[in-house]
Structures are given as structure tokens and as C-alpha cells.
Design a protein around this ligand. Structure first.
Ligand code: NDP
Ligand code: A1CAB
Length: 293
């Protein structure tokens, strides 16, 4: 299997065994996306968590993936994997990676989705340089509409880079960026869906508050967000130009935008993205400190 990695040809993903170390919401989003998009079969995917057996049962039943419950099967599953996804929370990363030090091999591709955790710290925790793909996906991968930032450790050969990109492309779009920019990616698109949901919550609440039914408020909001995103993508126009086309002089949109401006809407979003990026860096530093303690 490792032979495939040494070539510059992207191997068939379906022939590789994938192991998700951490079986939480983001791991599920990627797994569901990979299966639904037909990139691989459920039986090629193994999932591990720390203790929550009910969660593993649920994932096996829902997707047909394999699950490892005891330490021995966890070691076998990790050992047999061609690609190991690190999908645990940042706070658990230092301890978990130290435990993986003698389990992971250099011929395996490591794909981390952990916010803030640098390739350098991963290699310190794992005790050796490895082929590491550091990514920042988002939960829209579940429906094939994810946005994933990707960077690579210097040793990752071209074939493995293409493989990693192909996996994440199958669940959305990808952007290869320099590693230091992944924290910004976290602020924009990793956490980004939550900002949009938050705005949708407010729009729905406002609609209901002014008398729309729950269903009408929800459906009108959904279609508005969908349509606006599609408009930006399909017309390729700048969002500001599209906004201007909605805004009649002295009309309703102008009144609304002035109200948003009065409440610091743009600045709030800019600060939120920046704060998320800073928080990713802080979490990375915390893990780095645990790595050396
Ligand atoms: N959620 C999101 O939108 C995004 C998350 N991320 C990143 O993805 C990662 C996972 O986040 P998310 O899915 O939300 O987290 P969850 O809390 O949903 O899942 C974390 C999983 O890790 C498992 N786990 C914890 N410690 C260990 C261990 N030592 N060995 C094996 N498994 C372990 C947990 O198992 P148990 O329950 O048994 O403890 C749980 O299944 C994070 O690092 C986050 O930064 C990246 C992009 C977006
Ligand atoms: O909130 C978090 O820390 C993770 C990282 C990006 C989205 N969720």
C-alpha cells in the first residue's frame, strides 16, 4: 500500500483504509461526505474515540463504518490504516498524540483537522517528522459543500498532496495555503458557518416577531441565504456591487444597511473573524506548551 504513496500519481482513494481518530461532529461530516460522494466504501473507514461506545454504535449503524472499542482493536485499526485523520479536540491533542507516538508509522499519511495545532508541534508530540497534511475544513463537508484550507509538511510527496486535496475536494472546495494562514482560514470558513447560522437565527426571529409563520420565516430566510451565496458565485460580481443592486436610494435596504452600520455590523464580523483566528493561535500555543511539559 505504501508503494502507492511514493508515486506522483494520485492513488484510488477507494483502495485505501482511512482511520478517524476522534469520532465527533467534524469527523462525521467528512465521513458522511466521503461516503455520499461515492469516494470510498464505508468498510474502508474505521472510527475510534476515547470512551463513548454509544457514539461509535450510532456511526456504525448510520453509515456502515467500522468501529474499534477496545485498546487492542484500536491499535490494529490504526496500524492497518493508510491514512489517519486526527479529529480530536485541541484540548485532548497533546495527550492523545503522545500516546500515538509508538503507534503511527512514517509510511502513513496523517491528516489533522485540529484547530491551531501546528505541524511542528504535531511532529514534536509524535517524536518524528511525518507526512502531515494540516487542514481546516468545515461542517458543510457533510453535504459536499465544505470549504477546506490545506497545508503540508515539507516531506509530503506530490502524490499524497493530490490525494489529500482530492479527498477534501470530494466534499467541497479546497484552498492550499501557507501553514501560518490556516488560523485565518479557521476564522473565515472553519467557524464561518456558525456566523451565517447566527444571522439566520436573527432573521427568522425578526420575521416571526413581525407576524410570519415559523415555516415562512424559516423558508424565506433559507432561500435568501442560498440565493445570495449563489449570486456571488455565479455572477462573479463583488458582493458590494450586488448589495448596491438591492439598495434603492432612500428605500428599505438603505434603511436596513444604515441600521446595521449603526450597530457596527461590518466591524463586528471583522473582529469576530480576527478573534477566531487569534483563538486558534492561542489553542495551538496551549498544545505546544503541553508538548514540552
Ligand atoms: N466542529 C467543527 O465545525 C470543526 C471542528 N474542527 C476541529 O475538529 C476537531 C474535532 O472537533 P469536533 O468534531 O467538533 O469535536 P467533538 O467533541 O465532536 O469530537 C471529538 C472526538 O474526539 C474523541 N477523543 C477525544 N480524546 C480522544 C482520544 N484520546 N483518543 C481517541 N478519541 C478521542 C472524542 O471521543 P469521546 O467522546 O469518547 O471522548 C470525540 O469522539 C477539533 O480539533 C476542531 O478544532 C475543524 C473544523 C471545523
Ligand atoms: O470552534 C472550534 O474551535 C472549531 C474550529 C473551527 C470550527 N469549530
Amino acid at each position: 500500500m505504501s508503494q502507492l504513496y511514493s508515486t506522483s500519481i494520485t492513488p484510488e482513494i477507494s483502495s485505501l483504509r482511512l482511520c478517524f481518530y476522534g469520532a465527533g461532529s467534524m469527523a462525521e461530516a467528512i465521513v458522511r461526505g466521503l461516503i455520499d460522494q461515492g469516494l470510498t466504501a464505508p468498510k474502508q473507514i474505521g472510527m475510534i474515540n476515547r470512551q463513548n461506545a454509544a457514539r461509535l454504535d450510532e456511526l456504525s449503524a448510520r453509515y456502515g463504518v467500522l468501529a474499534a472499542f477496545d485498546n487492542e482493536s484500536k491499535s490494529v485499526m490504526l496500524g492497518e490504516a493508510d491514512i489517519v485523520f486526527l479529529a480530536i479536540k485541541p484540548k485532548d491533542a497533546a495527550e492523545a498524540l503522545k500516546q500515538l507516538r509508538h503507534v503511527l508509522r512514517r509510511d502513513q499519511l496523517i491528516v489533522s483537522i485540529i484547530a491551531g495545532l501546528s505541524i511542528h508541534t504535531m511532529e514534536s508530540l509524535l517524536g518524528q517528522s511525518m507526512n502531515i497534511v494540516r487542514t481546516m475544513p468545515n461542517t458543510s463537508s457533510t453535504i459536499g459543500l465544505g470549504a477546506t484550507g490545506i497545508s503540508f509538511s515539507s516531506s509530503v510527496p506530490e502524490g499524497q498532496r493530490s490525494l489529500a486535496e482530492a479527498m477534501f475536494k470530494s466534499v467541497g472546495m479546497t484552498a492550499v495555503v501557507e501553514e501560518h494562514l490556516l488560523d485565518v482560514v479557521t476564522g473565515v470558513s472553519g467557524s464561518g458557518p456558525a456566523y451565517i447560522y447566527y444571522m439566520m437565527e436573527a432573521m427568522i426571529e425578526a420575521g416571526r416577531g413581525r407576524g410570519l409563520s415559523d415555516e415562512a420565516a424559516r423558508e424565506l430566510t433559507i432561500q435568501t441565504v442560498l440565493g445570495a451565496a449563489h449570486m456571488v458565485k455565479s455572477t462573479n460580481e463583488h458582493p458590494a456591487d450586488l448589495r448596491n443592486k438591492v439598495t434603492s436610494p432612500n428605500g428599505t435596504t438603505q434603511a436596513a444597511i444604515e441600521t446595521l452600520d449603526a450597530h457596527g455590523f461590518s466591524q463586528a464580523i471583522i473582529h469576530a473573524v480576527g478573534r477566531a483566528a487569534d483563538r486558534a493561535a492561542e489553542m495551538g500555543k496551549d498544545i505546544e506548551r503541553s508538548a514540552t511539559s
